[in-house]
Design a protein around this ligand. Structure first.
Ligand code: CA
Length: 722
């Protein structure tokens, strides 16, 4: 059955491609030939609905509404991919992490970067056409959990849409790069931010804000694409019952909550997956963790806490609830159900079915009937230790008792808060029937914080965040990997077919192509690769000089197929190292060369002597964990690319200099605001003493002479949270 369906589909595909391979004059894809006909970003409802019939284009985040990240172009294929070379590259003006999926429309490539900036380039030559900078205030950085990233943009009717870190929805004139309009659509009294790629459905821009680690009420909203007026909003968690409920679905949800969750907002942010199903005319999205992470601090009654960690379907015109499936009831592990989802046709029990699929952060792969939410598959796609499978009758995970860590009973969870699969785009190849999942294998020690109290500065987690360091110090034999790899997953059989190389830290998003290839970045290995989609054989790779995490796209112009990917960040050498954030664009026979990397010597580890009493260091550790670890890492030297390594900062040498930054805010423009409202001088003295103690520990653990680099940073929460 599957074979029949595969042949039928490939027949359709090859009709569309016959012309593209010559000059792009395929009847089904006129834009391939003309490059830039008429208006810029001339994206209509018709074109979006039929995006698969214009394989030269990449008009929406996941390629088409089905979000399969599958290119139907075949010019670059497994026989000739070894001839792939750089056609052009363009430098970005930010050295932070790049996670954006570019769009390609009629000769122009649009891409967002860190700090919510957007570029347009001539897709043939790489000539910059414009840059739009929303000028997000630097101090907004403390309201963003996991890097100042932007994952993508949407195009519609001559405009490019971006959600900014400071909560604006901006419509940019696609021709000029000028702001058409911008609206602050979040409530600035809460620590909301946008990192999600908007989608446009029937003239409405859809997006949801992040902020679940701080304490916000999650929602997704639809805005009129022409005016920015809010058309509807669906809150994912109930508010204060005393205020009444917005709808029946939230009234029902409130019955699954206890305590006073609404005081911190509840969480459940819609920070990544948004999928429009044009067949069922439904909109799907995933929701994030609750605030705080630790359920006992959120809801001491232990209810399911709907609709946290859930996949939800609503009516796209009204936002009215249709169905939900909760992947992790009573979540207490940051198991957001926000990982990218897609729609596909698969053959189940001899029958072709349209399904909705998500390899989730919690380590389980879910397959649902998009029309009803019926659970069709729930299989661990990687090693998990928090649950023994999913009960297919109830749809609930069989949670291991020890996984619900309580005071004095830590749990070394797998997957950890990093997740088995984060925001990194999956790809699905209808020819192989395989799903290509950027997978993470990462432990995280869940240690309850008995002294937790809600705070309007830093994270609200209810766990001891510093335990990422102290737990493994106390339990040196406990497993603590954090590695990533691409895996090809048979969604019907529930089996891994192949795995790519294993690299430190998170791995990159994927693109599958009808040329029988999967393109994917190897994270911190800095390698950009093409795999044989069927066998996993690595057929081609190049060194990008920087981390490769964002998903690639493919497009065609003037009869030539290109592969484009945003690179940058995820360094091993830290914040001050050159990061080479760029857009790289490849084609067959491309001969462009990256300039050689600059010489760089890491700042020396030269802390002042550790003289503070142990009690002061411990007090400093506690405050550091509460206020600093969210950005600077749990032991003062993590979070490589996004934030400075504090064990190497010259500011350690004087309290006055340290306080200029921490209490006076002299680096506010760079994102380091004053913490004077939360910290007193004795607190910053203790924090400095803790970092000095850590730096001295690290220095003494280095080989004599200090020539060798310290162990690679373990940025445990760099990617997953939002
Ligand atoms: Ca989260």
């Amino acid at each position: 059955m599957r074979r029949i369906w595969g042949i039928a589909l490939s027949a359709v595909v090859s009709v569309g491609l016959a012309g593209c391979q010559r000059s792009g004059e395929s009847a089904g894809d006129p834009a391939a030939a003309s490059g830039r006909p008429g208006a810029a970003a001339n994206v209509t409802a018709e074109r979006l609905l039929n995006a698969a019939s214009e394989p030269s284009q990449w008009m929406t985040y996941g390629g088409t509404y089905d979000e399969q990240r599958y290119s139907r172009l075949t010019q670059i294929n497994r026989d000739n991919v070894k001839q792939l070379g750089l056609a052009w590259f363009a430098d970005y003006d930010t050295n932070l992490q790049q996670t954006g999926t570019p769009l390609y429309i009629d000769g122009v490539i649009y891409v967002s970067t860190a700090w919510s900036k957007v570029y347009a380039f001539d897709a043939r030559t790489g000539k910059q056409l414009w840059q739009y900078n929303p000028k997000v205030p630097g101090e907004w950085a403390v309201k963003v959990c996991c890097g100042l990233v932007n994952r993508g943009i949407a195009a519609w009717n001559g405009k490019i849409y971006v959600g900014t870190l400071d909560g604006r929805l901006v419509a940019i004139d696609a021709k000029t790069g000028k702001e058409a309009w911008a609206k602050r659509v979040i409530d600035p009294n809460y620590r909301y931010s946008f990192t999600v790629a908007p989608r446009v459905v029937k003239g409405k821009v859809l997006l949801g804000p992040s902020g679940g680690e701080f304490g916000v009420r999650g929602y997704i909203a639809a805005y009129d694409a022409e005016t920015g007026e809010e058309v509807w909003r669906f809150y994912t968690v109930p508010g204060n019952p005393a205020d009444g409920f917005e709808n029946e679905a939230l009234k029902k949800a409130a019955a699954t909550w206890g305590g006073e969750w609404w005081k911190l907002g509840g969480g459940g942010t819609v920070w990544d997956a948004i999928v429009y199903d044009s067949v069922n005319d439904l909109l799907f999205f995933g929701t994030g963790n609750g605030t705080p992470w630790n359920q006992r601090d959120r809801d001491p009654t232990g209810g399911d806490n709907l609709y946290l960690a859930s996949i939800i379907a609503v009516e796209p015109d009204t936002g009215e609830y249709v169905w939900h499936y909760q992947t992790t009831p009573a979540d207490t592990w940051d198991y957001d159900a926000t990982s990218p989802m897609m729609l596909a046709n698969v053959v189940l029990d001899g029958k072709e079915r349209r399904v909705l699929m998500q390899p989730s952060k919690n380590g389980f792969f879910y397959m649902l009937d998009p029309a009803t939410g019926e659970l069709l598959r729930a299989t661990a796609f990687t090693e998990v230790n928090w649950a023994d499978g999913v009960d297919m009758k109830t749809g609930r995970p069989r949670v291991r008792k020890e996984a619900r860590y309580s005071e004095g009973k830590p749990f070394n969870g797998l997957p950890g808060a990093q997740g088995a699969h984060g925001w990194h785009g999956n790809a699905f190849d209808p020819e192989t029937g395989l799903l290509y999942i950027p997978t993470q294998h990462a432990y995280f020690p869940w240690v309850e914080d008995p002294k937790y109290a809600p705070s309007d500065v830093g994270f609200n987690l209810g766990i001891d965040f510093a335990a990422q360091f102290t737990y493994y110090q106390k339990n040196p034999k406990a497993p603590k990997d954090f590695v990533g790899f691409l895996q090809a997953w048979d969604p019907v059989a529930g089996k891994t077919v192949w795995r790519g190389e294993i690299n430190e830290g998170p791995t990159g998003g994927a693109l599958a192509t009808a040329g029988g290839l999967v393109f994917q970045g190897g994270g911190r290995s800095q390698e950009f690769r093409a795999y044989d989609a069927r066998t996993g054989e690595k057929l081609w790779s190049m060194q990008a000089q920087t981390g490769v995490l964002a998903p690639p796209i493919s497009y065609e112009v003037d009869g030539k197929q290109y592969i484009a990917v945003s690179v940058g960040g995820n360094q091993t050498q830290g914040y001050y190292a050159p990061n080479y954030s760029r857009l790289l664009v490849f084609t067959l026979g491309g001969t462009a060369q990256l300039p050689p990397p600059k010489e760089y010597t890491e700042r020396p580890l030269q802390p002042p002597p550790a003289t503070a009493p142990a009690a002061v260091v411990e007090a400093g550790r506690a405050r550091y964990s509460q206020y600093c670890a969210a950005c600077h890492g749990e032991n003062g030297q993590t979070r490589g690319a996004t934030f400075p390594d504090l064990t190497r900062t010259p500011l350690l040498h004087t309290q006055e200099g340290f306080d200029q930054v921490v209490l006076k805010g002299v680096l506010e423009e760079k994102g380091m605001v004053s913490f004077a409202h939360a910290l007193k001088p004795e607190d910053t003295q203790a924090i400095r003493a803790f970092i000095i103690a850590r730096a001295n520990e690290l220095k003494s653990s280095m080989p004599a002479g200090g020539a060798a680099a310290p162990p690679p940073p373990r940025d445990a929460h760099q990617d997953p949270g939002r």
